[in-house]
Design a protein around this ligand. Structure first.
Ligand code: MN
Length: 202
């Protein structure tokens, strides 16, 4: 792990206000990234959740799991996720992300995109439970997918390709002024797992 091998990508918020994305494209070496990917795919108890839109029940196009303090939960799009305690191997990863970013994280939403037909639509990680201007640290494992960002007011776009073992930290205000997605793609037939670390006060 090389603390200095990273890029700071400037991100416009509004008026004079700027934020940034910190990006470590080669954060984990290949062997560790490989072993974490297979550990995640084989040992996380993946949930297949549904959302209800206009009375219809639609499965979300990915699997997921939510880790945090036992007896806490997280709700988005009317999906209530009861927290699973951090297993040791994810706890170790959480601590490593804290050291690298200099920020605190005590929750992880983990997404499993089984192939290019899995996706997440435009959204922001802005649930009230995450507090004001939450930071989100995102570790990517497996197939490289394009992380797309779109400014809410100007429609400005920013695309970042996320390689196996990369770490990306979205700075303050980005969830307020931007949305992000992982679009479906026919070019990918391999799985991707994404650990997104967050902080919640309770
Ligand atoms: Mn998100």
């Amino acid at each position: 792990m090389d603390l200095f091998d990273h890029q700071l990508i400037p991100v416009r918020l509004t008026g004079e206000r700027q934020s940034q994305i910190a990006f470590w494209p080669n954060w984990l070496d290949n062997d560790r990234a490989d072993s974490l990917l297979s550990q995640a795919i084989n040992h996380i108890d993946w949930r297949s959740d549904v959302i209800r839109i206009a009375g219809k029940t639609i499965p979300i196009p990915r699997l997921q799991q939510w880790f945090g303090a036992p007896k806490t939960s997280y709700t988005y799009s009317n999906i209530r996720l009861q927290a699973v305690a951090f297993p040791d191997w994810i706890e170790q990863l959480r601590e490593q992300v804290e050291v690298q970013s200099g920020e605190r994280f005590n929750r992880a939403l983990v997404n499993y995109y089984r192939d290019g037909s899995d996706s997440v639509d435009w959204h922001a990680d802005d649930e009230a439970e995450l507090g004001f201007e939450p930071l989100v640290a995102s570790l990517s494992l497996g197939a490289e997918r394009v992380f797309q960002l779109r400014h809410n007011l100007t429609q400005e776009r920013l695309d970042i390709s996320l390689p196996h073992g990369s770490l990306l930290l979205m700075g303050p205000g980005i969830q307020t002024y931007w949305q992000h997605r992982i679009a479906k793609t026919k070019k990918v037939d391999q799985p991707r797992v994404n650990f997104t670390f967050r902080y919640m006060a309770q």
